[in-house]
Design a binder for this molecule. Structure first.
Ligand SMILES: O=C(O)CCc1c2[nH]c(c1CC(=O)O)Cc1[nH]c(c(CC(=O)O)c1CCC(=O)O)Cc1[nH]c(c(CC(=O)O)c1CCC(=O)O)Cc1[nH]c(c(CCC(=O)O)c1CC(=O)O)C2
Length: 367
């Protein structure tokens, strides 16, 4: 098999370190940019490659993940980082749950968790290397194939977001089944969140050992929690993950920046900026200047153009980007959208977004 020839050693030298420098708040010539879901259905070559293949089968093929990850940064746009092609729902699968990607419906769990007793159905001790080794192989292969062009980001879902999927059994507008657990079964909720945290820590460390150069934690369902529930059921686990991953990495002398993205969690911005992450990712509901003020220069920021702004004409995209850059400033900043790209977006406008970030930030840096 193709990946057998690649080891997580002797990786090609990194040529563009703007993203990593920005994560650490260091100066860069231009503001680095990447997009959540940059390898995705908005690209005709992605749709062609994925046609007729099962989504999770694709995720389990290191060669396919490598191809999908590289299609974008290498061949289309001058993105400053690549993110490994995978999904947050590989963790519930590794814990023993069946998850299917149903066309037109999205992720579906045929047997979601219903009551606390169902926790007994989950694997009590997950062998992460065995269950998720395919992600590690994909990362190693992709890092080699990237040839040092840009850094490779690994990622995971955060405990609360994964818990919500495992109980809802799929997407939801209210998340009322999962929130019912928080109010009715707080102990079982903490038990599940702790189980997820333990797997996530080993999973992220495995991604770094395999070659990931930065890590993003997606708390995509922060928005359905209020500040009180966020403090109890999300934030402690986000902190735990960063602390444990960093402690382990420090022991082996490694420094890998971590990004926390709590979508719609603006009420938690101050806390998130003091949670051991180098970067806080923002959705588009936060004003750049107020995000800077509220995080007090403690972290780098990432985001946050409304993905729907990509429906605007290119000149308008350029204006929006310029304002966004002026608001955030060019230091300690990584440009991105406030959430992932939608399937009906025009790749040309994504190109215009990337170009606008590079051009305007170079000008602003000269001022
Ligand atoms: O309901 C939703 O909004 C998404 C649910 C959904 C997930 N995987 C999914 C789907 C179906 C779909 O996108 O249509 C299924 C999924 N995951 C992915 C794709 C590719 C695409 O969007 O076109 C797809 C579409 C399926 C297909 O190609 O057939 C890949 C994926 N998942 C993910 C990422 C990481 C990233 O966003 O950059 C990435 C991209 C990595 C890359 O660019 O290489 C992470 C992910 N998956 C998922 C979530 C939770 C989202 C939420 O619930 O708000 C999240 C985190 C997030 O986006 O906030 C779950």
């Amino acid at each position: 098999m193709i990946f057998c020839f690649f080891s997580p050693k002797d990786f090609p030298k990194l040529k563009n370190d703007a993203f990593l420098r920005a994560c650490h708040g260091q100066e860069t010539n231009h503001v680095p940019v990447w997009c959540m879901r940059q390898a995705g259905r908005y690209l005709p070559e992605f749709r062609e490659f994925r046609a007729g293949k099962d989504f999770f089968e694709t995720c389990r093929s290191p060669a396919a993940c490598c191809e999908l990850t590289l299609q974008v940064p290498l061949r289309r746009f001058p993105f400053d980082a690549a993110i490994i092609f995978s999904d947050i729902l590989v963790i519930p699968q590794a814990m023993g749950m069946d998850v299917q990607m149903v066309a037109g419906k999205g992720p579906t769990f045929p047997e979601p968790l219903k009551e606390p007793e169902d926790l007994l159905l989950l694997q009590p001790k997950v062998d992460v290397n065995k269950e998720l080794g395919y992600v590690f192989k994909a990362i190693t292969l992709t890092r080699h194939k990237l040839d040092g062009k840009v850094p490779l980001i690994g990622f995971t879902g955060a405990p609360w977001t994964l818990m919500a999927y495992m109980i809802e059994g799929g997407g939801s507008t209210t998340h009322s089944k999962a929130k019912r657990w928080l109010y009715r079964h707080p102990e079982a909720s903490h038990k599940l969140l702790k189980m997820l945290t333990d797997v996530i820590v080993v999973y992220l460390l495995g991604q770094v050992a395999a070659g990931a150069q930065a890590l993003q934690v997606f708390e995509s369902h922060a928005g359905c929690l209020g500040p009180v529930e966020f403090q109890e059921f999300s934030l402690p686990y986000l902190r735990d993950i960063a602390r444990k991953v960093k402690d382990q990495l420090k022991e082996s002398g490694q420094d890998v920046p971590m990004i926390v993205f709590a979508k719609d969690g603006h009420y938690g911005l101050e806390d998130l900026s003091q949670s051991h992450y180098e970067v806080v990712g923002l959705d588009w509901t936060i004003d750049p200047r107020s995000a800077r003020e509220r995080t007090g220069g403690k972290v780098s920021l990432q985001g946050n153009m409304d993905p729907c702004a990509l429906y605007a004409p290119k000149e308008r995209i350029s204006e929006i980007v310029k304002k966004m850059l002026e608001g955030f400033g060019t230091r300690g900043y990584i440009a991105n959208l406030g959430h992932g790209l939608y399937p009906d977006m025009d790749p040309e406008n994504v190109g215009a977004f990337v170009e606008a970030v590079h051009t305007h930030s170079r000008h602003l840096n000269l001022k």
